[in-house]
Write a protein that binds this ligand. Structure first.
Ligand SMILES: Cc1cc2nc3c(=O)[nH]c(=O)nc-3n(C[C@H](O)[C@H](O)[C@H](O)COP(=O)(O)O)c2cc1C
Length: 393
């Protein structure tokens, strides 16, 4: 064989291998193959890209809707009404993934029943210095201290206005509001958010539980909540829009029993009666972690180690509020069974973030399918029938 023929042959083999690889990858992504994501794509991505770069890449992919639509059609058993919203399925993407409202359509395509964007701060801000996100794969966990990196209200509003006016999106969009690090009037930061996004939000989240903005969590104190809650409720009530969005308060899993009781009693006051809770944000606790790397990094821990803690808190808050305040549950949900536990503890809907980092879009379908099976197996006709069942025992 001449040298030229050899070069030609090698080139052909390389291009066929590469071509085959591309076809194989495309086919598996199209099929939404869990095995391909878990064994090939995610390990490869995680070995090449650090956590923040990988996050940016996945936001980009969803921004340009590069992933196929989910093949799973949401069954009626998973449809439910949450406040004034008709929700196609109970699995949402938690705040902090699409911080700037860039990839709402893409996230809806891949099967999320609702999308929460943010946290958004009034003025743009950079957040904490990098590195600020760390993977702890041995614990199926993440530690982040992003510190509210945000494009700011105006830029995000522009995107959301465009989206809502495009008639491409009539889904459920939660707007999670934060405060600027240097703000001297945090309450006003939340009010500004309500006024700006009032026309477009399906619901608002007042995030007072991120551990990465100094002083933020003190807004969960009784004295502060008594001022904050009436102020945001009043701002919402004054909105000149047809459907006034409900307001949810997002809580930290690190609140003591006393603090939980105190929050619950405040929520019973007439002028503090917000519409719902999100339980929970990340934890600052570091109990029984297997990981050697990064476990002592400052920030909020999410994922599997948070699971029991947040489920327990959902149950407690459901009981303390007599099941009167709807809850969205988040924290370490990796399977349909985890979601089922949260719902039985008192959550009407659930959100995921860390399991999405480790398993990608097929995990959304898996959670929905398993949840459907569990409900059917236990003889229920609709998901709303199991909300809080375990908290009533
Ligand atoms: C990288 C990262 C960034 C986050 N950023 C926010 C945020 O900006 N606002 C917020 O309310 N929660 C934020 N969270 C918390 C999640 O919304 C969620 O409450 C928490 O991670 C628990 O769910 P999980 O165990 O499924 O991740 C963030 C979580 C992670 C992992």
């Amino acid at each position: 064989m001449s040298r030229q023929q050899l070069v030609h042959k090698v080139k052909t083999i390389i291009s066929m291998t590469l071509g085959g690889g591309v076809v194989f990858t495309a086919l598996n992504i199209y099929k939404g193959s869990e095995k391909f994501y878990d064994d090939v794509l995610i390990p490869l991505t995680h070995s090449i890209l650090g956590p923040e770069k990988a996050h940016e890449a996945v936001v980009f992919i969803n921004k340009y809707r590069l992933l196929p639509r989910s093949h799973y059609k949401d069954p009626e058993i998973l449809n439910s009404k949450f406040l004034n919203l008709q929700v196609p399925n109970p699995v949402g993407i938690a705040a902090g993934f699409d911080k700037h409202g860039e990839s709402v359509l893409g996230l809806t395509d891949i099967g999320f029943g609702f999308v929460e964007i943010g946290s958004i701060t009034p003025k743009p801000q950079e957040g904490n210095p990098k590195p600020r996100v760390f993977r702890l794969p041995e614990d199926s966990a993440v530690i982040n201290r992003y510190g509210f990196n945000s494009d700011g209200h105006d830029k995000v509003l522009e995107r959301i206005e465009k989206l809502r006016n495009s008639d491409k999106f009539d889904g459920i969009l939660g707007i999670n509001l934060g405060k600027n690090k240097e703000s001297d009037n945090p309450i006003d930061d939340y009010i500004q958010g309500i006024q700006k996004f009032g026309k477009y939000a399906s619901y608002f989240v007042i995030n007072v539980s991120s551990p990465n903005t100094p002083g933020l969590r003190t807004l969960q104190n009784e004295e502060n909540l008594k001022v904050l809650l009436p102020a945001v409720i009043s701002a919402r009530n004054q909105l000149d829009v047809e459907n006034k969005p409900p307001i949810l308060l997002k809580l930290a899993p690190d609140l003591s029993q006393e603090e939980r009781k105190s929050v619950a009693s405040i929520l019973k006051k007439r002028d503090c009666r917000i519409d719902g809770l999100i339980i929970s944000n990340t934890t600052i606790a570091r109990n029984d972690l297997k990981s050697i790397h990064y476990k002592n990094e400052t920030g909020g821990l999410s994922g599997r180690p948070l699971k029991e803690k947040s489920t327990q808190m959902i149950k407690e808050m459901y009981q303390l509020t007599n099941g009167q305040i709807p809850i969205i549950g988040a924290g370490g949900i990796f399977t349909g069974h985890d979601a089922y536990e949260k719902i039985r503890a008192g959550a009407s809907l659930i959100q995921i973030y860390t399991s999405f980092i480790y398993h990608g879009p097929p995990r959304i379908t898996r959670i929905k399918e398993e949840l459907q099976q569990l409900l059917e197996f236990d003889g229920f006709e609709n998901i709303s029938q199991v909300v809080g069942i375990d908290a009533k025992k």
